[in-house]
Write a protein that binds this ligand. Structure first.
Ligand SMILES: Nc1nc2c(ncn2[C@@H]2O[C@H](COP(=O)(O)OP(=O)(O)OP(=O)(O)O)[C@@H](O)[C@H]2O)c(=O)[nH]1
Ligand SMILES: [Mg+2]
Length: 310
């Protein structure tokens, strides 16, 4: 009886599976994930190396379900933090049914792009090529040479030009991805959007606001952890987040003159978190100095950036 009910709801030919989004830093992976899920679950910024661990988003359609795994941008690791970020990429590639290479069409091809291409080829898994940021191209024919180059290097199941920011062609992309997944039942409940706990999403939103309101140096030395998350009433959550930096001078930058920058970070983060929770919150942020946390195993473990990249 139960089986019949499941078949009746999903029908034959329903497809589901895990899909990895890989690419260079800044290619627009997290923007695409948020767009497909319909909520902000991953931090986005114009600074490279924004994403630090795997973030899974669930996209459910009548034809199938995609569990999309967003990964850190591929880069050369320096600190232990960066080695763990790259471990997250390798781990994601191992665990998925389909790989999506996402390429920013508005920047020229470099060694990093060839490296990512090799990484995808080495998996031996079916792969899709996503050409992102087409809205930034004056002349769409510029894309032809990219298509030629990538087409000569690998046999793609499909090549889909999109704008993740504007949402152009993303429905076509979803349909294409589902087509290449194995037949199977949904992996997550329909109303689940991510496997990330709220505490982690909140920390990422705060970090995003820091990245968006500070200059070049701060993003790399900042980490955020939600220390307390108290659901006081159904319509009121109290959240306390610690912002880690490596030096007192960096702490001063984040706090800003008279506390102004930290206040702005808090206001912006609160708006997004309230939108996500659909009720008001109390958000308190404080800045802590932890020297060399990027090379500290203990600090990284506490921040949830584990060896397996999850
Ligand atoms: N014009 C334009 N900008 C985009 C598009 N998609 C993403 N961006 C911008 O590109 C920047 C990087 O976006 P992210 O989504 O953070 O990129 P990412 O690939 O997740 O980056 P990492 O996490 O650092 O690897 C942000 O400023 C986005 O707003 C797009 O389709 N068009
Ligand atoms: Mg990202």
């Amino acid at each position: 009886m139960k089986e019949e009910a499941i078949n009746a709801s999903h029908g034959e030919g329903y497809r589901s599976g895990y899909v990895a989004l890989v690419g260079r830093p800044n290619a627009g992976k997290s923007t695409l994930l948020n767009r497909l899920v319909g909520e902000k679950i991953a931090a986005v910024s114009n600074k490279p190396q924004t994403t630090r661990y795997q973030i899974r988003g669930v996209i459910t359609r009548p034809e199938g379900q995609i569990v999309m795994v967003d990964t850190p941008g591929v880069h050369q690791p320096g600190y232990l933090l960066n080695r763990r970020m790259m471990a997250a990429v390798h781990d994601a590639l191992e665990g998925v049914d389909l790989v999506c290479l996402i390429r920013d069409v508005s920047v020229s091809t470099g060694n990093g792009d060839r490296y990512v291409l090799d990484l995808v080829r080495q998996t031996g898994k079916p792969a899709l090529l996503i050409l992102n940021k087409v809205d930034r191209l004056q002349d769409k024919s510029e894309m032809l040479s990219l298509m030629e180059m990538y087409g000569a290097a690998h046999e793609w199941r499909a090549v889909v030009p999109i704008s993740a920011r504007k949402g152009e062609m993303v429905d076509v992309l979803v349909a294409e991805i589902i087509k290449h997944l194995p037949e199977g039942e949904p992996i997550f409940d329909e109303d689940e959007l991510t496997d990330q706990p709220m505490r982690a999403i909140v920390a990422e939103i705060v970090r995003e606001k820091i990245l968006q309101t500070t200059g070049e140096e701060i993003p790399y030395v900042t980490a955020v952890v939600t220390e307390r998350y108290e659901e006081e009433r159904p319509d009121m959550t109290r959240i306390f987040c610690a912002i880690y930096v490596e030096r007192t001078s960096q702490k001063k930058i984040i706090i800003g003159k008279g506390g102004e920058r930290l206040k702005q970070i808090g206001i912006r983060a609160r708006q997004d978190i309230e939108h996500l929770l659909d009720h008001r919150i109390y958000l308190e942020l404080f800045v802590k100095v932890e020297e060399n946390w990027r090379n500290s195993e203990r600090a990284l473990n506490e921040l949830g950036i584990s060896e397996r990249g999850k």
